[in-house]
Ligand binder design. Sequence first.
Ligand SMILES: [Zn+2]
Length: 73
Amino acid sequence: MSNKSKLDNDVKFRPNYKWPKEGTEKMCPKLNEPLQLQKNLPQFYGKPWWCHFCQWQFSEDDLKSEDFCKNHD
Ligand SMILES: [Zn+2]
């Protein structure tokens, strides 16, 4: 039980991104190129999706936002 609460505390230091299932495919909202899905590793603090072309990270919420393409240029 104490181990679990320690784990929960540690997890709070990581941004709480929703992680897609492995094998999910998404396109870059800007260039319409396939995004690379990062591995959900404990030491990885970035967002799940990476675009090689834009050199930009995306979260699931970023991809849902219609304004997102206008916000990053
Ligand atoms: Zn892109």
